[in-house]
Design a protein around this ligand. Structure first.
Ligand code: DGL
Length: 271
């Protein structure tokens, strides 16, 4: 049996394309439908109620495209809405938090782990709760780094301002002697070089997108949902707004050319 239905992926905007990049390399045969809620980004500064409401709307939109599994490629939505989504829908749903937390615990030797993310992800203590559930001895140090999102979208991956801001945010984590740092926002892998330079070679960075792509692969196999065809899968992109710099930024995040992008009316999402 081969299941050609696409995997649905959503994010608050374009950050989730860093996760799509990992899905495409891990699961090259799978078709992917991406929805980026670019009209309503950022989610990181919104209330939990609003993020849950948007996450349900985004999921309904993707279910209308006949998806076989859902990847919540947004740490903020994962930390706030994943329980509601999992209890409301009957398909495999994979978020960023559980896979990223699990991978961080496996990689850390000294059990001192840092997490960086949006204010919502950090305020909800999503990663620390999940890590402590898995290993009560682990010490988790969390830090919101909201300015990283616009810096990543600006493509300032090696800019001196980015270094300055990274030093400002990360010095306290460095001082806690963490050996592992979770990039708990799908925008942050774009800034991995700067973060690595500031934290030093002794700190391993965890990309939750890599961790979640492995979980997606296992879930598809366990549920008999794999596409066993030999063709390269397609990527269809939908967004709720097409910002002027969309193509350039999307290609930076995806690491590949982005073809046609379709705009979805917010009114359609609300129904
Ligand atoms: N992509 C979002 C995340 O991973 C960050 C952007 C936002 O605040 O919406 O948390």
């Amino acid at each position: 049996m081969s299941d050609k239905r696409p995997i649905g992926v959503f994010d608050s905007g374009i950050g989730g394309l860093t996760v799509v990049k990992r899905l495409m390399s891990n699961l090259p045969n799978e078709n992917i439908i991406y929805f980026g809620d670019t009209a309503r980004v950022p989610y990181g500064s919104k209330s939990n109620e609003t993020v849950i409401e948007y996450s349900i709307q985004n999921t309904n939109f993707l279910l209308g495209k006949n998806i076989k599994a859902l990847v919540v490629a947004c740490n903020t939505a994962s930390s706030v809405a994943i329980k509601t989504l999992k209890s409301n829908y009957d398909i495999p749903i994979i978020g960023m938090i559980e896979p990223g937390a699990k991978m961080a615990i496996e990689k850390s030797s000294n059990k001192k782990i840092g997490v960086i993310g949006t204010r919502a992800t950090i305020n909800n203590k999503a990663y620390s709760t999940e890590m402590k559930r898995r290993d009560e001895k682990v010490e988790v140090f969390e830090k919101a780094c909201p300015l990283f999102v616009p810096l990543a979208e600006e493509g300032w991956t090696d800019h001196k301002a980015t270094f300055e801001i990274a030093r400002e945010y990360l010095t306290e984590l460095h001082d806690y002697k963490i050996d592992t740092l979770v990039l708990g926002c799908t925008h942050y892998p774009i800034l991995a070089n700067v973060i690595k330079k500031v934290m030093g070679n002794n700190v391993e960075l965890i990309d939750s997108g890599i961790a979640s792509a492995e979980v997606v692969k296992k879930e598809l196999a366990d549920n008999g949902l794999e596409n066993n065809g030999s063709l390269q899968g397609y990527l269809d992109c939908y967004v709720s707004d097409i910002p002027t710099t969309f193509k350039k930024v999307a290609e930076l995040f995806l690491g590949n050319p982005v073809n046609e992008v379709k705009k979805v009316d917010l009114e359609l999402l609300n129904t």
